[in-house]
Ligand binder design. Structure first.
Ligand code: EPU
Length: 448
């Protein structure tokens, strides 16, 4: 039993206008490790995962798999988790967990592979969009599972899943992962067409193959899973890939503040599209080592247009940071958000900082202004919140970013890492939440 990163009602006080300089190391990928943790329950014995970030979402996934009867131990100093699923004694993932984190729904596929039965709460919509799970369910039915939806839960059962061809209408990350997991112990071959190609999918496939599964084609639009016996799967030790979205966020923060910094533990190939756009805006990106890049920017950025798309397109999870950069770039940039219905939640607060943004449904037209000015800002979701932190770092004056529980879901020790790069940022508890003056932020910062 472990618990990491407990979040209290807290906020960041940030004095903007300081160029970020130095080095920062990126943690393990949230959106990969959550799925690896779920996949660990398919086998019995002790699986050990390294490079596990300290995030509240990781906490929730540990709760979910412990709720199924697995035992987990998080070693904070080693950033590892040991999962022992020999004691699995339940097939039910409760709404109290799934409602906190949609990614919990991934245990559906893992439970089908391990037990041939699963009862998992339906996640429902969330702040950024409707986020349906129909492809997950249709895919499981195609594999032969009998599905009932009752009282807000998906009940799935099959004496034996049977491999088949599944075509996804949209290359959904979660559906690809859930079906990949369910199919690993199915009879025969499953072919997922129009599969998601995200690096996190490749990481899950590598994890499963190391465990004894037979998955090929991950990272392309067609994944083939040849079913193996559950008894052929074995516990493993595995290291999660670095978090490309955390890396991209630090890159945006360095560029926004006209800084120069080295980002370590990054796989540059996972950020090709984002890097290309940053370079078009006027940033400099130098590959120093296979897993280290130097990012710098001296001049005012140029505006660009972009459309968020499934990988390898522009990542929706970096859209808010790129919008922040456009707010003070020269010219006009147009953003089209094609994945989610409501992922411009940062817009009202950016406008309050002085940004000139016109939003029409999933399009945002951003006309660059000379500067943003600091104010009180509210993180409405994880990425919108991170985009506002980047805006506060480049703004004139002091900002307060509230609702940090959203940011804590996906950025480990965000303020500490930014402070190490020279940012003037402190975390204060809400009992002490009057906005600090510039001098106070700097004074408190130097005490830390
Ligand atoms: N969709 C459906 N039906 C489905 C599945 C998806 O209509 O059955 C739609 C969704 O409504 C959405 C689109 O397809 O509009 C893409 O959804 P997808 O399934 O690809 O996303 P996800 O698996 O729910 C993961 C990440 C998100 C990231 C997206 C896209 C995790 C835990 N989450 O979500 O990450 O934005 O892929 O890259 O892996 C974040 O980290 O902040 C985050 C939201």
């Amino acid at each position: 039993m472990v618990r990491i990163g407990v979040t209290l009602a807290e906020s960041y006080n940030i004095k903007g206008g300081y160029s970020l300089k130095g080095e920062v190391s990126v943690g393990g990928a949230k959106n990969a490790v959550l799925k690896l943790l779920a996949a660990s329950i398919i086998t019995t014995g002790q699986t050990k995962i390294y490079n596990v970030p300290e995030l509240t979402d990781v906490n929730i996934m540990l709760d979910v798999i412990e709720g199924l009867g697995a035992k987990t131990v998080y070693d904070k100093s080693e950033k590892s988790v040991v999962i022992d699923a020999a004691s699995l004694n339940s097939v039910t993932a409760k709404y109290e967990y799934v409602s906190k984190m949609r990614a919990s729904f991934i245990v559906l596929g893992a439970l089908m592979a391990r037990c041939g039965e699963a009862v998992v709460a339906l996640p429902g919509g969330c702040a950024i969009g409707e986020r349906r799970v129909d492809f997950h369910i249709k895919g499981l039915e195609a594999l032969g599972a009998k599905i009932k939806i009752e009282n807000g839960y998906v009940h799935a059962k099959a004496s034996k899943l049977v491999g088949t061809d599944i075509y996804l209408d949209i290359p959904s990350v979660g559906a690809t992962e859930n079906l990949m997991l369910a199919a690993i112990t199915a009879d025969g071959a499953t072919r997922i067409q129009n599969a998601a190609q995200e690096p996190e999918i490749v990481d899950l496939a590598n994890f499963l193959n190391t465990m004894g599964a037979d998955v090929s084609g991950a990272g392309t639009s067609e994944i083939v899973i040849n079913g193996v016996k559950q008894s052929d799967l074995h516990p493993i030790e595995y290291t999660t890939i670095p978090d490309r979205i955390e890396a991209g966020t630090f890159m945006a923060a360095v560029v926004a503040t006209k800084g120069k910094a080295i980002i370590r533990n990054v796989f540059p190939a996972h950020l090709t599209f984002f890097n290309d756009k940053l370079i078009k805006m006027g940033a400099h990106i130098k590959l120093l080592e296979p897993t280290a890049i130097e990012v710098s920017c001296k001049n005012r950025l140029n505006s660009i247009n972009f459309v968020t798309q499934p990988y390898p397109g522009f990542p929706t999870d970096l859209q808010s940071m790129a919008m922040t950069l456009l707010t003070t770039a020269s010219g006009v940039g147009i953003i089209t958000e094609s994945l989610y219905e409501n992922r411009f939640m940062q817009v009202p607060d950016l406008r309050r900082m002085g940004a000139d943004i016109h939003q029409d449904r999933n399009h945002a037209i951003v006309k660059g202004v000379k500067k943003l000015t600091g104010t009180t800002l509210r993180a409405c979701d994880l990425r919108a919140g991170a985009g506002l932190v980047v805006a506060a770092l480049m703004a004139e004056g002091v900002s307060e970013v509230t609702n940090l529980h959203h940011i804590d879901r996906g950025y480990e020790h965000f303020d500490e890492k930014l402070r190490a790069l020279g940012a003037k940022i402190i975390r204060v508890s809400d009992s002490d939440n009057s906005i600090l003056t510039s001098e106070e932020v700097i004074k408190n910062d130097s005490r830390i």
